[in-house]
Design a protein. Structure first.
Length: 392
């Protein structure tokens, strides 16, 4: 897979699927049509001026810009490999980030080493920025571990499957940071669907009342599985912050520079004692919600195609080329690195050892329990029956 095809990869359409826009909901207010949307790079790669946020990326160098591009390309390559592995039966499930690379890389690179990150289950790009080995992300989806990394090693919490619950964890952690007198910040990631959860509402309340140094980073990818955003809220998501008494801002989630700038601003507010911020990264999920989902059943093809034209990787590549910040040698080297990453991921997943089948019975009760002992014995007998039937 080349870098060109990686950057422009389109989700495969089911055979025989035709556009039925009249029967499906189409997302509204695409980037560029919202006057309140913070945008520094247009889809064509043109650099825009912004009096409020330019200063947060004013010192960015060509090398750093190439680094952001590399991050997005390699993250997409890893994501594509994980999707392929699931289709081959190597993973039980996979939640793709296709289309959301700029939101994750821009915000992830805005964090400091001493900041603490609370992800959901799709923040593969943020994990990359925090230095988590990509292969560690796959163990849970293969069913061989419960996460695969020590959260305190990278200040990156384990993936959270329960929708929205990590925002409460982040708020509590941020309140602790404030009590300790540290100048670090906390950032919690969630999606537009999670924004309708009660846990998120409680997080907003507590963080506002206690002026917690936390940034709520909502990746609004337009769809909570098959439910469009307009079925969840009557106002843009970032405006919800007003009701809780802290700022909200909507940023073009396909613009890595804008996401970097806005998140830096929000994290600085948190560190300086100004409290929480809600960042709504307005982006788009170009693939399925997970590999168990078929978006052609509820989403119009025209909508997806319109957003593919705003691809975050192509956008930055156009800017790099127009500004003479990258040459063909850079793109060729990155293509080779991308392929090497794909091979490493494949090999690592297939080499993962099977977990101890009896580990599920451990740590259920602090002092043990007769019922657990009985269940363990029944499971052992069940496992032994396969060996008896096979004659070994």
């Amino acid at each position: 897979m080349t870098v060109e095809s990686t950057a422009a990869r389109k989700p495969r359409r089911s055979a025989g699927t035709k556009s039925t826009a009249g029967k499906r909901t189409t997302a509204k207010n695409a980037p560029g049509t919202d006057p309140e949307l913070v945008q520094l790079l247009t889809p064509e790669g043109e650099r825009l001026k912004n009096a409020e946020y330019d200063k947060y990326v004013a010192g960015i160098t060509p090398d750093e810009l190439r680094g952001l591009y590399r991050d997005m390309v390699l993250t997409r390559r890893f994501d594509a490999e994980a999707t392929s592995l699931q289709r081959q039966g190597e993973l039980g499930l996979w939640a793709s980030l296709l289309g959301q690379e700029a939101a994750q890389i821009g915000s992830g690179r805005a964090t400091r080493e001493d900041d603490y990150v609370f992800p959901t289950y799709r923040e593969h790009g943020v994990a990359w920025c925090r230095g988590v080995d990509p292969t560690n992300l796959l163990g849970m989806f293969r069913g061989v571990n419960n996460g695969g990394w020590d959260p305190n090693s990278n200040n990156f919490h384990l993936y959270t499957i329960v929708i929205g619950s990590q925002t409460l964890h982040a708020t509590g952690y941020a309140m602790g940071v404030a009590k300790d007198g540290a100048d670090s910040a906390v950032i919690a990631y969630f999606g537009d669907g999670a924004s309708s959860q009660g846990d998120v509402a409680e997080s907003f309340t507590f963080s506002a009342v206690y002026n917690a140094p936390v940034v709520f980073f909502c990746q609004n990818n337009q769809w909570a599985i098959s439910e469009p955003t307009e079925k969840q809220t009557r106002v843009p998501l970032y405006q919800r912050a007003q009701g809780y008494g802290f700022p909200g801002v909507r940023v073009d989630g396909n613009d890595v520079l804008a996401c970097l700038a806005v998140t830096r601003w929000a994290l600085e507010r948190a560190r300086s004692g100004e409290g929480p911020t809600l960042v709504e990264a307005y982006t788009y999920r170009m693939g399925a919600h997970t590999t168990s989902d078929d978006p052609t059943k509820y989403r119009a093809d025209e909508e997806r195609e319109a957003w593919e034209a705003k691809d975050p990787i192509l956008r930055l590549r156009r800017y790099l080329e127009a500004a003479n910040h990258a040459d063909e040698g850079f793109f060729a080297e990155l293509e080779a690195e991308s392929e090497a990453l794909g091979r490493r991921v494949r090999e690592a997943v297939r080499a993962m050892p099977d977990p101890d089948r009896f580990a599920i019975f451990e740590n259920a009760y602090a002092d043990g329990h007769a019922l657990v002992d009985e269940e363990r014995a029944q499971f052992a007998a069940y496992q032994a029956s396969f060996a008896d039937e096979g004659g070994h």
